[in-house]
Design a protein around this ligand. Sequence first.
Ligand code: MEV
Length: 468
Amino acid sequence: MASPGFTSESSSPPAPAPVDPSGAASAVPSEVAVTESARSRIPRFYQLSIDERRELLRARITLSEAEVATLDSGGIHPSVADQVVENVVGVYALPLGLGLNFQVNGRDVLVPMAVEEPSVIAAASNAARMVREGGGFAADADEPIMTAQIELLGVPDPAAARARIEAASDELLAMAGATLPRLLERGGGPRELEVRLGNHPARVIVHVHVDCRNAMGANMVNTVAECLAERLAALADGRSGLRILTNLCDRRLVRVRARVPVAALGVKGAAEAGASAGEAFSGAEVRDGIVAASQFAEDDPYRAATHNKGIMNGVDAVVIATGNDWRGVEAGAHAFAAANGRGQYGPLAVWRADDDGNLVGKLEMPMPVGVVGGTVKAHAGARLAHRILGPAAASATELAMVIGSVGLASNLAALRALATDGIQRGHMALHRRSAELKHDGPAARAPGGTIERAMERPTERPSKEGSP
Ligand code: MEV
């Protein structure tokens, strides 16, 4: 899939939408005529009430009353939940927020994020604003290939079995395709068969790579694995063992690049009485700190695990909001981080300075997500998330590119915080924000109030309970 480079045409940020100069907390920015190029820029969104935020969302997409109601109900009724899983006694909801400022391959995208951890959404939005100043995220994704894995056991001569299976490849792919007529109609289907000999002397492993088009594809790939097992066992003169997809879907990668002008990276110091805030960390200091943090993750698997957790903060929030299987995405991400030819578990995103002194980040990871199928059909909240994404969720690969961008933004925000103030400052600001919201309500939203201060330094935060 083509991806734009970082062109000078795309590098200038769009003019900010007008904001009520009074900054009154109740004023909704008067930007009802939303242009596509400013669709995801909503200054001072955090200062508004939930109703005001919904109004701004409705200025961007037409929402029915039922869809608005979904925002209150969480999107799934217990009677529907009862048809989805077992032993249902109710439903369990998560906060849903909007990731702002995202521009992916030149297109503005409002990103629905479902997450319980404070500051993940603010931090990703803040990082996306910095990346926007460098032209936005440039992303590309592989074709949506998932892989069926069939284990053959008790194979007397694995090398000969491999030769026989490879010779029967066309027949086997046709058999697999016959089980997926609707996928074939949509232009997908089995593409390639691969035979691997493991360490076990009598085991042969067969992979069938299937283009799942707009589905995540687990069910289709498992069907393929089961339908081919007996024929493969006969060809191998052995018996079939496990028949299931692999979550290490390394033919379904997303790649995202971001460039941040060094001037966008600086961190302001606290304002003294009567004086404006100075720069506590220059852009160059922040850039070098982020590069050093990236190198730490490249060298040390203990750090890489936490670095990747910060990426997954953003990734999972979108994966969950869009009704996708976050366990599959997590399994694929960490297996890829461990098996990427580096000899040890490594980071899914790395950062360097380019020749002009800009900070440049690159993310690569599997992204097995779909825009059709089970949960998307059953869950009104997931359907609404797809509507909010609009054309950015028109296909599985488009959605993968958005999710990868949010992962890279989350990583940038976390490393910027760690390389400067540390994360506790944001943590404490967010504690105060929660307390003020509880006790002071609107006062906390006022200009200069706790919320504004917390959102201006939206760092990633560690656990209150249970995280990371
Ligand atoms: C916390 O949820 C995520 C971080 O630990 C990520 C990181 O250390 O890079 C802040």
